[in-house]
Design a protein around this ligand. Structure first.
Ligand code: NDP
Length: 280
């Protein structure tokens, strides 16, 4: 069994990006720029945003976080995003989710122009992904693909099963695997025969949000198992996969923490550098 080291892979990617970001700065006379919009005081979001700022600083991306109070109105939030859309120093705009309940997420996200949509959440970028055309892709599933690539795990002709169909993980994950020539099955809460379907997978991606949901009897001998889940159980982080039991059957497995998690931010940084390079 090979343990997939997302932490090291993400560090390798950040080192590569440092070179690319410096080359961009050299050519353009400015740093690649990310604007983060954080509305409200969700504690997990504060941590994610700090990690994104740290990642930007390491790579040489200029990042600016706009912290707005929870009671910010839709009009105020849209005005901010629209002004960032016009700002030439901003290559990527990220609206940290979840938003306070009174805000219309879809409408606010639609204020981000496609070239600055580094999260790949816009209808246009998702449409491009569905049509297998190039565009920004959601960072977490892109990180999974990067891990598969860097660990030389083949996808062409393989059976891939994605458990979860959210717009930010499961759905784009399934499309990326399909675009990489895997035969893909997407499972969700209404799926019947989940165990049997999972047990056919050469590549099994768990994005459910339920601790240790994928048990060893759901995993084929020799499968590559990718755990996207981040769950907090009794103060400790654990994934959606019953790691200790599943690692005995898997050929490759990601740990939680230290697997997919660090890749998400690395892919965000990559998307910002790519967006900046497209402005040259
Ligand atoms: P969502 O809650 O949006 O989606 C969960 C999916 O799991 C849904 O499609 C749901 O089905 C499906 N599901 C729920 N119960 C079952 C079940 N019993 N059987 C089969 N499918 C089921 O979560 P996200 O996609 O946003 O996130 C998934 C996990 O990944 C979470 O733990 C989250 O914290 C983590 N995450 C990690 C990131 C990282 O950087 N590593 C980034 C983003 C998320 P249905 O559609 O029918 O409701």
């Amino acid at each position: 069994m090979i343990l997939i080291d997302g932490k090291q892979t993400a560090a390798d990617i950040r080192a590569e990006l440092k070179v690319r970001a410096a080359a961009f700065e050299e050519r353009s006379g400015r740093k690649a720029g990310l604007a983060v919009v954080l509305i409200g005081d969700d504690p997990a979001s504060q941590v994610y945003v700090r990690n994104k700022e740290r990642g930007c600083a390491e790579v040489g991306i200029s990042s600016r976080t706009y912290r707005l109070p929870a009671q910010t109105s839709q009009t105020e939030a849209e005005a901010l995003v629209s002004s960032l859309a016009e700002d030439d120093r901003v290559d990527g705009i990220l609206i940290q989710l979840p938003l306070p309940a009174h805000l219309d997420e879809k409408k606010l996200l639609s204020c981000i122009p496609t070239p600055k949509d580094v999260d790949g959440f816009s209808a246009e970028n998702l449409g491009k992904l569905a049509k297998n055309e190039s565009g920004a892709v959601a960072c977490t599933p892109r990180g999974v693909m990067e891990l598969l690539k860097r660990y030389h795990i083949p996808t062409c002709g393989k059976r891939a099963v994605v458990v979860g169909r959210s717009n930010i993980v499961g759905r784009p994950m399934a499309l990326l695997l399909l675009n990489a020539d895997a035969t893909v099955t997407v499972c969700h809460s209404k799926t019947k025969g989940l165990k049997e379907i999972c047990a056919e997978a050469d590549i099994l991606v768990a994005a459910v949000g339920k601790p240790r949901f994928i048990t060893a009897d759901m995993v084929k001998e020799g499968a590559a198992v990718i755990d996207v889940g981040i769950n907090r159980v009794e103060g400790a982080l654990c994934g959606d996969v019953d790691f200790d039991a599943v690692k005995e059957k898997a050929s490759f497995i990601t740990p939680v923490p230290g697997g997919v998690g660090p890749m998400t931010i690395a892919m965000l940084l990559l998307s910002v550098v790519e967006a900046a390079e497209r402005t040259l």
